[in-house]
Design a protein around this ligand. Structure first.
Ligand code: PEP
Ligand code: MG
Length: 546
């Protein structure tokens, strides 16, 4: 039974890969997987495994690997080109089946949780986080990762408390042990005392009072005390999150991370499926805008059937627009789906990880080709689809003036901009202290971007996690950001802050930051301003970074 399940799972995975290859490379390349599928259906192999288990009284994993090794030895020894080539297929299939056998009770299969708990684990991938059962997972703590790893970003969307980068928490806790998870302050308290529980109970009360205040601003505009209107949008990853955009009073979607439509599945979503997803969000939110970001796979977001070799530096590697410009069919399917959705709602689009003019031009050439195809097919789309780029690579900032001539807007991805400008891996907890949003270099890059955009008359948004941190919001506004986009649940806090702030104060803070050499001092000033203008936003635990 276990072997059959593993074979079923393996078959589904290979079908998924085959479909992917068929889409991006054509049918003949996809046919190579037929040999692997045939091996899985070989009744002699299965009988031999069953016989071995019976005879030798071993587990099925061992039996399978012994029988497979025997097949491999025979195949390798045959003097026939075709059969010798099947050795690699056999190896591949064997490894896959063994992996599926060994992980049949995958501890990362979080759908099997029986009771509500805090999940403490070495790491969580974005795909695992995306399917967490909110009824069972009260929150999670990981040894790896940081505030801007995608698992943490998703936790904010799921409204789950999460603490990342705890280094050895998963080793220090045993299943069943009591713990208290404080997502606001990044703490995991093991076996909390009565006194600690009491104090957190008080804190929870104060938090409810803050939430009452936030509910009051939900439907009010995000306008500063001195009358500047700021656009506050939300970041989403799935069409279902549209509800939260409305629930928390965001003005549309500033970043639709489309890659989540591609995770946790064996095959790629078709153009039609993508169209339905984009169409659904655009329709629900119109006339508010929805900015759809083209695929940003890679980095920590990998496909279930990801076939690319593992990379030494995935965040510097085959990621985002780089994948799309190589896998044209994949890119075209998405661009066509986005264009078609633009016929319905207020859709805008942006490319992630742009580092040069050439990349932008190439992406736009594919877009133009898609437009022509759709026209020829008589399909509707918005002729004037606004197209922007994410500014998240310092090289792009340095040529922002040239890029600004060719796009309708910039959206600053601070998560990556910080990682790339400070050379600090956003996933690595050992160097998390160096990941500093208020580093003068980061703020100067933001200022350069804004100035280049405004000089060309285009607007600039910020959609990295900085935009959802009320302490940092005055800095961003003072530097000239026109739009902020954050996880839906943090939008009310940002709005509350904006409504209690004067733009003149924000500009003063930004002015200070531009001539200050110390990120720590800038942060101190930013905290002090946020505390002063919006004391009602904090529960006063001594830590303002809620
Ligand atoms: C960013 O880099 O700031 C961003 C918004 O994109 P992502 O977090 O998906 O890389
Ligand atoms: Mg990014």
């Amino acid at each position: 039974m276990r072997l059959e399940n593993a074979l079923l799972r393996t078959r589904a995975q290979i079908h998924g890969i085959q479909q992917h290859v068929r889409q991006v490379m054509g049918t003949s390349d996809a046919a190579i997987f037929d040999a692997q599928l045939l091996m899985l259906d070989d009744p002699v192999l299965l009988e031999e495994v069953a016989g071995y288990v019976k005879r030798e009284k071993t587990n099925v994993e061992h039996a399978f690997s012994v029988v497979a090794a025997r097949y491999l030895a025979v195949l390798s020894g045959i003097n026939d080109e075709y059969l010798r080539e099947r050795v690699a297929d056999m190896r591949d299939v064997t490894a896959r089946v063994l992996h599926n056998l060994l992980s049949h009770e995958d501890p990362a299969d979080l759908s099997r949780l029986q009771e509500p708990c805090i999940l403490v684990t070495y790491d969580l991938t974005p795909s695992q986080t995306a399917v967490l059962d909110k009824r069972m997972v009260l929150g999670f703590a990981t040894d790896q990762g940081s505030k801007t790893s995608h698992a943490a970003i998703l936790a904010r969307s799921l409204e789950l408390p999460a603490v990342t980068g705890l280094q050895d928490a998963s080793q220090r806790l045993k299943s069943g042990q009591y713990a208290l998870l404080d997502g606001f302050n990044g703490l995991l308290v093991i076996d909390p005392t009565e006194q600690t529980l009491y104090e957190y109970g008080q804190l929870a009360h104060r938090r409810l009072a803050v939430e009452d205040r936030l509910r009051e601003v939900r439907d009010l505009p995000a306008v500063t005390l001195d009358g500047t209107r700021v656009t506050l949008s939300a970041n989403v990853g799935k069409p279902e999150e549209t509800r939260d955009v409305q629930k928390y009073g965001a003005e549309g979607v500033g970043l639709f991370r489309t890659e989540y439509l591609f995770l946790n599945r064996e095959s790629l979503p078709s153009e039609e499926e993508q169209f339905q997803a984009y169409h659904q969000v655009a329709l629900a939110l119109q006339p508010q805008p929805v900015i759809i970001r083209t695929l940003d796979l890679g980095g920590d977001k990998l496909l279930a059937h990801h076939q690319a070799p593992s990379e030494h530096n995935p965040f510097l590697g085959w990621r985002a627009i780089r994948i799309c410009l190589q896998e044209r069919d994949l890119f075209r399917a998405q661009l066509r789906a986005i264009l078609r959705a633009s016929a319905v709602g207020n859709v805008k689009m942006m490319y992630p990880m742009i580092s040069s003019l050439e990349e932008l031009n190439q992406a736009n050439a594919v877009l133009e080709q898609c437009r022509q195809e759709l026209r020829a097919e008589g399909q509707l789309f918005a002729e004037n689809l606004e197209t922007g780029i994410m500014m998240e690579i310092p090289a792009a900032v340095m040529i922002a003036d040239a890029l600004a001539k060719r796009v309708s807007f910039f959206s600053i991805g601070t998560n990556d901009l910080i990682q790339y400008s400070l050379a600090v891996d956003r996933m690595n907890p050992k160097i998390a202290h160096l990941y500093e949003p208020t580093h003068p270099a980061v703020l100067r890059l933001i200022k350069t971007t804004v100035d280049a955009a405004h000089a060309r008359g285009i607007w600039v948004g910020v959609c990295g996690e900085m935009a959802g941190d009320p302490v940092l919001v005055p800095l961003l506004l003072g530097l000239g950001a026109d739009e902020l986009s954050a996880a839906p649940a943090v939008v009310p806090a940002v709005k509350f802050l904006v409504r209690h702030l004067k733009l003149t104060e924000a500009r003063e803070l930004a002015g200070f930051a531009m001539q200050c050499d110390s990120g720590a001092e800038i942060l101190k000033r930013a905290e002090s301003l946020a505390q002063t203008v919006a004391p009602g936003l904090w529960t006063n635990t001594g830590n303002s970074r809620e």
